[in-house]
Design a protein. Structure first.
Length: 289
């Protein structure tokens, strides 16, 4: 076995110089920094995309929630809309009464006599959209629930810090006389409700106005329907009672066939007329036709 030895140790021990090491470290640092920046940008872009998708899902869920419950309002529901500020950000109160099973959030049923969708100013100049539930009716007075000492039984914040949240309404009976940009911002007709409701929203960190139009279908008021049925039944009973009195033999108007007046001859199947005998001749005159 032969073991070789380096004849010139100076050449065999030659390595990297300090300058070469510095250059290598600088290149490695530059490469690692570039990789880190690319990875960080990718993570940030993915996070921003996820946030945007979550915001879109939240907005779609909000609009779907409103649409479903506008469609399901009962026939006796009372609709009330009023503005509560005269300067930006404009605030409003949208109140529904006689809606015991409407506006359930998250699949949890909440029995409420009245529901309010209100806008609450935030410290950043935006608006929080809050849904309030009440177990008593709150539209029977000009004073608000807070002024009367009535607290909601539950509250849910639907949207956070939006820049604009405005309602407008339209009654189809005034469609020809109302321009599209002149829809009223308030509604106070206890026995009526608008045909369409439009919502304009500018969401957080956005400048695009998002508009959604909601149709409120016409439904019969169950109280009015029940009252009409009761009146019809009462009238039918009164008519039946009157017909029973007039249907006696020889009776007055409306009597059955076969009735004869004085001196009249009864003929089977002859219908009686008011003031006539059973034979169809005037009362008091005998003879047949």
């Amino acid at each position: 076995m032969k073991v070789g030895f380096c004849q010139r140790p100076a050449r065999c021990a030659k390595g990297f110089s300090l300058f070469e090491l510095v250059i290598a470290i600088a290149i490695a640092g530059f490469v690692l920094t570039s990789i880190f920046k690319i990875a960080d940008g990718s993570v940030r872009a993915n996070a921003k995309m996820v946030d945007l998708q979550n915001e879109e899902i939240e907005r779609d869920a909000f609009f779907t929630f409103l649409r479903n419950h506008f469609d399901s309002l009962p026939g006796d529901a009372i609709f009330n809309l009023r503005n509560t500020s005269s300067s930006e950000p404009y605030t409003s109160e949208l109140t529904f009464q006689n809606t015991p099973v409407s506006f359930n959030w998250g699949g949890i049923p909440i029995a409420a006599q009245a529901t309010r969708l209100i806008t609450v100013p935030t410290v950043t100049g935006g608006l929080d959209i809050v849904l309030e539930y009440y177990d008593v009716q709150i539209l029977d007075s000009d004073e608000g629930p807070a002024e009367r000492g009535i607290d909601p039984i539950a509250t849910v914040t639907l949207l956070d810090d939006v820049r604009l949240f405005e309602w407008s309404v339209l009654d189809v009976r005034n469609y020809e006389n109302t321009e599209r940009d002149e829809w009223p911002y308030e509604w106070d007709a206890p026995n009526q409700r608008p045909s369409y409701v439009e919502l304009t929203v500018i969401f957080e960190n956005g400048d695009r106005r998002v508009k959604r139009l909601f149709w409120i279908p016409k439904k019969s008021n169950p109280r009015t329907t029940m009252s009409a049925l009761q009146n019809n039944a009462r009238g039918a009973r009164q008519n039946a009672g009157g017909a029973g009195v007039g249907g006696q033999p020889g009776g007055g108007p409306g009597g059955g066939g076969g009735g004869a007046g004085p001196g009249g001859n009864r003929q089977p199947g002859a219908g009686a007329r008011p003031g006539t005998g059973g034979s169809g001749a005037p009362a008091g005159r005998g003879g047949t036709r």
